[in-house]
Design a protein around this ligand. Structure first.
Ligand SMILES: Cc1cc2nc3c(=O)[nH]c(=O)nc-3n(C[C@H](O)[C@H](O)[C@H](O)COP(=O)(O)OP(=O)(O)OC[C@H]3O[C@@H](n4cnc5c(N)ncnc54)[C@H](O)[C@@H]3O)c2cc1C
Length: 302
């Protein structure tokens, strides 16, 4: 992808572009040439035995990669067939996607419409319908054979990415980008790192902290800034993004720079969950649910 259209809460359109691709479309699932099929073929070639529709207890595995445990962010998506026009549209509007964003992608005859949120998760259907109405108001788009699905992501900072005493990769080990929930690269690279650590007898937790720790802390700060900006901040971000190469904008955001790393302990203290959670990880940082952030805690940080 080298271009996209961003929309703010007032449906003002901002066109962004980059010289080199700033992201790639990836096809998932069982079809030919998808990411999953390609990884499966590589595993089989390396001698792995793959069992479908079979559960393994994490405590009896060498490495756990069972995905997210609990919804810190929730998405509803519709996949459909459509015309051949390429459309990459993202709507930044906290009133229809609180803490998240809504998107409409159509590429090569396939389309996805989605709404991802990190607050008021119970309202996902309401937000989905509102976001759909807004994004589909831009133009008429053919929608054939729509299929709906819900999915979720989790986020935590886990110095020991383990589950049931076993090393955990991907979202099971809390490897995730908290800004936009883009965890595929984390899943693949933490899985490769964990496998390498197992084979060479090295300490996966230490390797993972070194490789991913700073990036994950910066993604937490990015998320804080993203939510704190509100509709006005997001509109400003979209406007700003039109003026620069978008790949450069994204690299700057994702680079673990000194200023944002210095802010991380403040955000961690402000958002810290001091109660129970469902992440099933050793001692870790995770975010308090909205009702758990109490005024005295906010006061202490300020
Ligand atoms: C709506 C949505 C859109 C996203 N879009 C993007 C994107 O554009 N780019 C990006 O980089 N990331 C994206 N992500 C995030 C990305 O999909 C995840 O971070 C990534 O797939 C996590 O990989 P994983 O292997 O850790 O877990 P998963 O992909 O969830 O895989 C875990 C697998 O383990 C299986 N499993 C669970 N328990 C057991 C058990 N006991 N025994 C055997 N098998 C078990 C599950 O069935 C599942 O197949 C998106 C996420 C969502 C929800």
């Amino acid at each position: 992808m080298t271009a996209a259209e961003f929309f703010d809460a007032k449906m003002r359109r901002f066109r962004i572009a980059s010289k080199e691709p700033y992201a790639w479309f990836v096809t998932r699932g069982p079809g030919e040439g998808t990411l999953d099929t390609t990884l499966l073929a590589g595993a089989l070639e390396a001698g792995a035995e793959v069992r479908f529709r079979s559960r393994l207890e994490p405590s009896s595995a060498d490495l756990v990669a069972t995905g997210p445990q609990t919804p810190d962010g929730l998405a509803r998506e519709t996949a459909f067939e459509t015309d051949g026009t390429t459309r990459v549209r993202v709507l930044y509007d906290p009133s229809v996607a609180p803490g998240g964003y809504a998107y409409l992608f159509t590429v090569g005859g396939r389309g996805t419409f989605g709404c991802a949120i990190v607050r008021d998760l119970g309202g996902i259907d309401r937000y989905f319908e509102k976001a759909k109405e807004k994004l589909l108001s831009v133009d008429e788009i053919p929608v054939e054979g729509p299929r709906d699905a819900y999915s979720f992501m989790n986020f935590a900072l886990a110095p020991e990415p383990r589950r049931d005493g076993r090393p955990a990769a991907g979202e099971a080990g809390a490897f995730q980008d908290y800004l936009f929930g883009l965890g595929m690269r984390y899943a693949i690279s933490s899985g490769a790192l964990a496998a390498d650590a197992l084979l060479t007898g090295r300490d996966f937790s230490a390797l993972a902290r070194e490789r991913f720790g700073r990036r994950q802390r910066v993604s937490l700060v990015n998320r804080y800034l993203y939510e704190a900006g509100g509709a006005f901040g997001l509109s400003l971000f979209a406007r700003f993004a039109t003026r620069m190469d978008f790949r450069t904008v994204l690299s700057a955001f994702y680079r673990p720079g000194a200023v944002r790393l210095a802010l991380a302990p403040l955000v961690e203290a402000l958002w810290k969950n001091r109660g129970l959670c469902a992440h099933r990880l050793p001692p870790h940082w995770c975010r308090a649910r909205e009702r758990e952030i109490r005024a005295p805690e906010l006061g202490r940080i300020g």
